[in-house]
Design a protein. Structure first.
Length: 278
C-alpha cells in the first residue's frame, strides 16, 4: 500500500509537469472556513475555481494511500480547473491540518478504514452542495490509486454524484493487489509471466470493490496503464467488462506502455469524457 502511495504522488507530479501555461494552474483557493466536518473529524481544505462566472461543476478528490495533503494535489487540481471544473482538495484525515487518525491500510483493516475515508469524500460533496459558487447537481468525484477502492463507497453513500474518474484505480480485492504488487513491483519480470500466477493467490482478500460497484449506476471512467506494476490491470479489466455487460455505465481507457503513474497524454481523454458532466 505504501508503494502505491509513492507511485500515485509521482504520477500526480508527472501529469502536472505535462501541462503548459498558466491555465493549467489551480486558481488561488477562495476564502472559506478552514475545515469542513465529517462527524468528529475536521478536514482542512482548499477550493479551486476556474475562470469565469459560476456556479461551476465541481470535483471532490479522494486520496491515494500515502500521507497526502491538499497542497500535494494543487497541480492535479489545475488540470481540472483548466477543464472548467471547481476542485475541492483536502488534507487526508490524520495528515496536515486535518484531524482524525491516518492509517496505512492492509487486508485486515481495509473493510473498516475504507468506508471512513469514503465518508470524508462524501462529506466534501455535501459541503460543496452548500456553496453558492458550485452547481449542486454537477459534482463528481475523482482520485488516484487507492481512491479506486474508496470512491465507489463514497458514491454509494452519497447516492447521487455526477461521475467518478478513477486514475490507476484497482477493481480487485486488496489482497489480490498486494499479491500482484509483490510479484511485479520493483522487478523486471515480464508481466506476461506474472498474470498466470494470480490464480495461485490463497491469502486474505480484505475489501472487495466489486459488490459495491454492482450497486452503482454512476457514470465512471477508469484510466489504466497496461504496464502498471502496482495493480493487476488484467484482473481489473475482467471485472470491469463483467460490470459493463451487466448494464453499469462504466468505461475505461487503456494506455499501452504506461505504468501506474500514467502520463500527460491521458488528459485529452479525460477532458473529452468530462464535458458531458458540465
Amino acid at each position: 500500500m505504501t508503494r502505491i502511495a509513492a507511485a500515485a504522488l509521482a504520477c500526480i507530479m508527472t501529469t502536472a509537469c505535462g501541462a503548459d501555461g498558466p491555465s493549467a494552474h489551480a486558481t488561488a483557493a477562495t476564502e472559506l472556513p478552514a475545515t469542513f466536518p465529517n462527524g468528529d473529524v475536521r478536514l482542512a481544505f482548499a477550493l479551486d475555481l476556474p475562470p469565469g462566472p459560476g456556479p461551476f461543476p465541481a470535483v471532490v478528490f479522494g486520496h491515494g494511500s500515502g500521507k497526502m495533503t491538499r497542497h500535494d494535489l494543487a497541480w492535479l487540481a489545475g488540470q481540472w480547473t483548466r477543464l472548467g471544473f471547481a476542485v475541492l482538495r483536502f488534507d487526508k484525515r490524520g495528515v496536515g491540518e486535518s484531524t482524525g487518525t491516518f492509517v496505512f491500510v492492509g487486508t485486515k483493516d481495509s473493510e473498516e478504514v475504507f468506508p471512513q475515508l469514503a465518508g470524508d469524500v462524501a462529506a466534501g460533496v455535501r459541503f460543496l452542495r452548500t456553496r453558492p459558487e458550485i452547481d449542486p447537481k454537477k459534482i463528481g468525484i475523482a482520485g488516484w490509486s487507492q481512491a479506486g477502492w474508496i470512491l465507489p463507497l463514497a458514491a454509494r453513500e452519497i447516492g447521487a454524484v455526477s461521475f467518478m474518474a478513477l486514475f490507476s484505480g484497482p477493481v480487485c480485492t486488496v489482497g489480490e493487489e498486494m499479491y500482484f504488487s509483490d510479484l511485479a513491483e520493483n522487478t523486471t519480470r515480464p508481466l506476461a509471466e506474472v498474470y498466470p500466477l494470480m490464480p495461485a493467490f490463497k491469502g486474505p482478500h480484505g475489501y472487495d470493490p466489486v459488490p459495491v460497484l454492482q450497486t452503482l449506476q454512476t457514470p465512471a471512467l477508469w484510466l489504466l496503464g497496461t504496464d502498471d506494476r502496482s495493480i493487476p490491470i488484467d484482473t481489473t479489466l475482467t471485472n470491469l467488462k463483467a460490470l459493463a455487460a451487466a448494464g453499469h455505465p462504466f468505461e475505461w481507457k487503456t494506455y499501452a506502455g504506461l505504468g501506474h503513474g500514467l502520463s500527460p497524454q491521458i488528459w485529452g481523454d479525460v477532458g473529452a469524457w468530462a464535458q458531458r458532466f458540465k
